[in-house]
Design a protein around this ligand. Structure first.
Ligand code: NAD
Length: 480
């Protein structure tokens, strides 16, 4: 059994408490590793190390900082298969998906920000012939980075890469449900020669380790991705301390299909946007709205394709849908399927736990589920389920679908399928979402701002938005 360790001050160490938590492989329903049950004392050691490393790292020539980060990215690529297997074992996702998406994206995140720092320039403003203003953006200090379980290494690197590139030192906490790849990553940091204390990874529970990071007075910026309820708690702690906050939270994203869409693209991409990673991607479109003339056809063809998705052992190359992340999460998703039926929904396909033959017999599998017949404002259509469950609803007019789409407390992303250019702009402008995909989904350019409106978050990640988050701005005005 693997024993995961903290990465503090350049060393792999056990927790101060000496206690470990069990880590379950969701596809087989068994404990396969253990992780440190760390507490505020471990966080303090991490902060001390980050503080000691700060002056050298923040003052290091960007070329040198970049070279170390690029070396880490190369090592991720070298270990692609090992990391993908670990991600699949820990999270439940098909290993094929981890090989194609999660791990390559982790190295891409690091390369993107490592090279970006070379181009991160200050602005100057010439005020006639009276003054010159210049603006500096210097590293903010020790950054606290807290990430969730759905895309473990992908989202972990999405936070720490801009922080490290900007010159911050970091105290990070991956999800206690998926700590393995962050642990393997810490070994790669050591191999790449990342100076001790620059990145510190403290494993353990959110209310212990996460809370200690958020409360720590020496950590001025918190970058958090996770649930909206946790985000509220973090904001309540951090706001009176005047910390800088970046919160990437939940979603209940609409997928809007007009009758004039490119049918095949809309259909095939909607299957992906509904069920990729078992529907456990914050950008998944969980509410599908279809224009009435093509509604029946869409329900029938979509359901047929969903029925053909293979659910099963994540190590099997043919499998499209792996295990959901935990037993508790499986029960939560199943409880929403029961609720949907109580609210009058019709299960078009799926709707139940699946038992997989062989080594995965005790795993947490749910058949991809399509539900129709629900009103847009019922709980099933308003609350985040975050699993392999979608609803489909008909609409008649643009006004109506905009009302439905914008009706939730969330506003992360929306997808729009139409070949009508003016409608594209009209609808995109009125959607209350931080991200709108038109005739595509998850077509990522890392330079674009990423994040949500309303209760989907505060602030944006990606590109210069992230670099600005991890830096403090100062304007110097010189009278001529
Ligand atoms: P979660 O909020 O339960 O946990 C996220 C992280 O926060 C974990 O590391 C956890 O240990 C930590 N945490 C828990 N309590 C804490 C506290 N009091 N203080 C500090 N940290 C604490 O979320 P999850 O279940 O791991 O992830 C699923 C959620 O994440 C979904 O709601 C999903 O929509 C959201 N998500 C959002 C995005 C985005 O970019 N907007 C991306 C991925 C996932």
């Amino acid at each position: 059994m693997v024993t995961i360790l903290n990465y503090i001050n350049g060393k792999l160490v056990g927790p101060n408490s000496g206690n470990y938590l069990e880590n379950v492989n969701p596809a087989i329903g068994k404990v396969f590793s253990q992780l440190p049950d760390s507490d505020e004392k471990d966080v303090q050691l991490a902060v001390d190390a980050a503080q000691a490393a700060y002056n050298d790292w923040s003052a290091m020539a960007v070329e040198k900082r970049q070279a170390i980060l690029l070396k880490i990215a190369d090592l991720i690529d070298r270990d692609l298969t090992e990391l993908a297997l670990a991600e699949s074992e820990d999270q439940g996702k098909p290993v094929k998906l981890a090989i194609a998406v999660d791990i390559p994206r982790a190295s891409a995140n690091i390369r993107f920000f490592a090279t970006g720092i070379q181009h991160f320039a200050s602005e100057a403003h010439i005020t006639g012939n009276e003054a010159v203003n210049y603006t500096t953006r210097t590293p903010i200090g020790i950054a606290g980075c807290i990430s969730p379980w759905n895309l473990p290494l992908y989202l972990f690197t999405w936070k720490i890469a801009p922080a490290l590139a900007a010159g911050c030192t970091v105290v990070a906490k991956p999800s206690e449900l998926t700590p393995l790849t962050a642990y393997l990553f810490s070994k790669l940091c050591i191999e790449a020669g990342l100076p001790k204390g620059v990145l510190n990874i403290v494993h353990g529970l959110g209310p212990k380790v996460g809370q200690a990071i958020v409360e720590h007075p020496q950590i001025p910026a918190i970058s958090f991705t996770g649930g909206t309820v946790t985000g509220k708690r973090i904001a309540a702690t951090a706001a009176p301390m005047f910390k800088k906050l970046s919160l990437e939270l939940g979603g209940k994203n609409p997928n809007i299909i007009f009758a004039d869409c490119n049918w095949e693209q809309a259909l095939s991409t909607s299957v992906l946007s509904s069920f990729s990673n078992q529907g456990e991607i914050c950008l998944c479109g969980s509410r599908i709205f279809v224009e009435r003339p093509v509604y029946d056809r869409f329900v029938s063809e979509f359901t047929n394709r969903v029925k053909s998705l293979t659910v099963g052992d994540p190590l099997d190359e043919k499998v499209k849908i792996g295990a959901v992340n935990s037993e508790a999460h499986m029960n939560k998703v199943l409880s929403y399927i029961i609720l949907a039926q109580e609210e009058g929904g019709k299960i078009e396909c799926g709707g139940e736990r699946i038992t997989v033959e062989g080594r995965c017999a005790n795993g947490y599998f749910i058949a991809p589920t399509v539900i129709t017949g629900l009103p847009y404002d019922c709980r099933t259509n308003q609350e985040e389920i975050f699993g392999p469950v979608v609803t489909i609803m008909p609409f008649d007019t643009e006004e109506e679908v905009l009302q439905y789409a914008n009706s939730t407390t969330y506003g992360l992303s929306a997808t729009l399928w139409t070949e009508n250019l003016t409608r594209t702009h009209r609808v995109a402008a009125q959607l209350k979402s931080g991200i709108v995909w038109v005739n595509c989904w998850l077509f990522r350019d890392l330079r674009t701002p990423f994040g949500g409106m309303k209760q989907s978050g505060v602030g944006r990640e990606g590109g210069w938005e992230a670099m600005r988050f991890f830096t403090e701005t100062k304007n110097v005005c010189i009278k001529l």
